[in-house]
Each structure stands twice: as C-alpha cells, then as structure tokens.
Design a protein around this ligand. Structure first.
Ligand SMILES: [Zn+2]
Length: 204
C-alpha cells in the first residue's frame, strides 16, 4: 500500500494522474489540477521536471521506453535546455486549454498554431520496409512536438466537437465524450465529491 489516492499512480518514482481523458492530448492537459485559473499556478502540478514529463510520456504510451531512456541521457547532458523545453510544454498546455475549451484569445490560438506548425515542419519522412512513415528527430523537443502533432489532429478532426470540460469544483479537466453520457472527469474524484455535497445539502 502506498497511500496514494486512487486517481493517481506512482510511476518510476513520480506521482502521475491516471489517464481519464480518452485521448492522450486531453490527458496531457490533465497533468495539472484546477483549470479554473488557467493562467494562475496549478494547485497540483504533476509535470514538475523534464524527467517527470518523460516518465509521463512513457506512462501514457506516447513514447517508447527506449526513446525515453535515451532522451533522459540527453537531458542529463543539457539540463538548461531540458528546463526550457519543459517550460515551453507547460505554456503550450495552457494555450491549448484555452483553444480546446473555446475561450481562446486570438493570441492563444496563434501560439498553439505556431507550435503545431513547427512540429509539423520537423517531421522527417522515413523509409520503412513496406512504405514510409513520419518521424520526429529524437531530441529534447520530441516529446512536445509529438503531442503538438496529435493536438493538431484533434483540433482539425471530428473528435474536437466531443471534448468536454469537467464541471467539478476546482477541476476543469478535459475528456472526450462522443456519446454525450459523461459528466465528470472521474466518478472517483469529482463525481463522488458532487454526490457527497448533494447529500450534505439534503440533510441540512
Ligand atoms: Zn473533474
């Protein structure tokens, strides 16, 4: 027993939120708590270091473990750049939140678009046995670029219309709800809190 709440998991020494977004881009957005103040500091920030960011990427299956371990080595040799890359990722996350929730200023959209376009331009067409595939160079920018490309697909695809925002108090996490049946990011956290509040209101 680790004593960690059920919506969190201890992964390689860092505590991370379990994915509930049904889309890796939304799970990236959900790596901080309390989106009620987008520009304010997070109540809980789970991407506390570039290393934690790498571990998260491996945890949700966005990067293979071998890539993560090579990037870890690179980050060890370029600590200042790693800090900068993490900072860029967190800024992208805040801008992306505004864009996904439709409360974007033009500036947030422009910022998101530039990051996605830049990532798109860094792709290399690599020959495979059967045909070819897009790959990003394996460097410290790769984790964010990879997420940015997926964010571009989400924003331009059908799934965008199914992005919902959790109405839980101090939450605001995002998830996909294609069938329109889901209200909370998680029943174990926000759903349960709402139930407890409703109960307390009844007995008062
Ligand atoms: Zn919630």
């Amino acid at each position: 027993m680790t004593g960690i709440p059920s919506h969190l998991e201890l992964v390689q020494g860092v505590v991370l939120p379990r994915p509930v977004g049904a889309d890796p881009v939304l799970d990236f957005v959900n790596t901080r708590s309390d989106w009620t103040t987008v520009r304010g500091p997070a109540r809980t920030e789970w991407l506390t270091s570039y290393d934690a960011f790498l571990i998260w990427n491996s945890y949700v299956g966005l990067l293979p473990p071998a890539t993560v371990s090579r990037l870890r080595e690179q980050a060890g040799g370029k600590p200042a750049e790693a800090v900068r890359r993490l900072h860029t990722a967190l800024e992208f996350r805040a801008d992306l939140y505004d864009v996904l929730t439709g409360r974007t200023t033009g500036a947030a959209f422009e910022a998101v678009a530039r990051v996605i376009e830049h990532a798109s331009g860094r792709r290399q067409l690599v020959r495979t046995e059967e045909s070819a595939t897009w790959e990003l160079p394996e460097d410290l920018a790769q984790p964010l670029d990879n997420i940015a490309l997926l964010a571009g697909e989400l924003l331009t695809g059908h799934a965008h219309a199914h992005v919902r925002r959790c109405p839980g108090e101090s939450c605001g996490w995002l998830f996909l709800d294609p069938r329109g049946r889901r209200r909370w990011c998680s029943m174990a956290t926000c759903g349960n809190r709402a139930k407890v509040r409703a109960h307390a209101a009844r007995v008062r």
